[in-house]
Design a protein. Structure first.
Length: 224
């Protein structure tokens, strides 16, 4: 489970507990940068490639069982990048109110005004808007700007069947890109779309509802 911007694995705490109780093995990742053990090196700030490498390494160290990758918000860019490298070894990609590469006009990250500064500058956690985060709390940490502004580079598969793909829409704030993204994905027969009207931070606002959807996802090639 890969968090969105300004958050870490703790954002999935309640969801992970419920899924573990149901017999799943869950790893909630805290990406380099927002980790609470200190800021990243200024000379080499984490970027999107850093985060893709981090998640890909977790898969490499697994037991070989094809995992489902769940990405929230910015995390959608990360899991898409991982799928470009490890597609045949993945069972499912779940975009939780997340950015989906390939959608025209979609860009991950803050607005240009928020993103001012050097690539080594962390972006402060927002205090209002879609994430409703609280600056300085355990719910939100500064996020490395370099990861927001780097384009994702997707690699084409090698003829293997792609992992199943699901999008979970939470509804969102005014001017959010996710409602239009949801409508676009409804017309894609290769994706399943679920709606859980809890707001953008689904894992925090409705962990039980999110866990319920994740428990019922079929494997790649399985029946809905």
């Amino acid at each position: 489970m890969v968090p969105g911007g300004w958050q870490g694995g703790w954002a999935f705490g309640s969801v992970a507990v419920e899924l573990n109780r149901a017999g799943h093995q869950v790893e909630a990742v805290t990406l380099a940068g927002p980790a609470p053990d200190g800021p990243a090196a200024v000379d080499r700030p984490p970027n999107l490639d850093t985060h893709i490498d981090q998640v890909a390494e977790i898969i490499e160290q697994g037991d070989g069982t094809p995992p489902a990758l769940c990405g929230h918000s910015y995390g959608g860019m990360v899991i898409a990048g991982v799928a470009g490298r490890a597609g045949p070894r993945l069972d499912h990609l779940v975009f939780i109110d997340a950015y989906v590469p390939g959608r025209r006009g979609i860009r991950a990250g803050p607005s240009p005004a928020t993103a001012s500064g050097s690539r080594s500058s962390p972006v402060p956690a927002p205090t209002a808007g879609g994430s409703r985060s609280r600056t300085g709390s355990t719910l939100a940490r500064p996020h490395p700007l370099a990861s927001f502004i780097q384009p994702v580079r997707l690699r084409h598969g090698s003829g293997h069947a792609p992992p199943a793909r699901t999008f979970i829409s939470g509804g969102a704030w005014p001017d959010s890109p996710f409602p239009s993204l949801t409508e676009w994905l409804r017309d894609d027969p290769a994706r399943r779309v679920h709606e859980l009207p809890a707001g953008h931070n689904i894992a925090r606002r409705d962990p039980h509802g999110l866990a319920a959807i994740l428990r019922t996802l079929p494997p790649a090639g399985g029946k809905p």
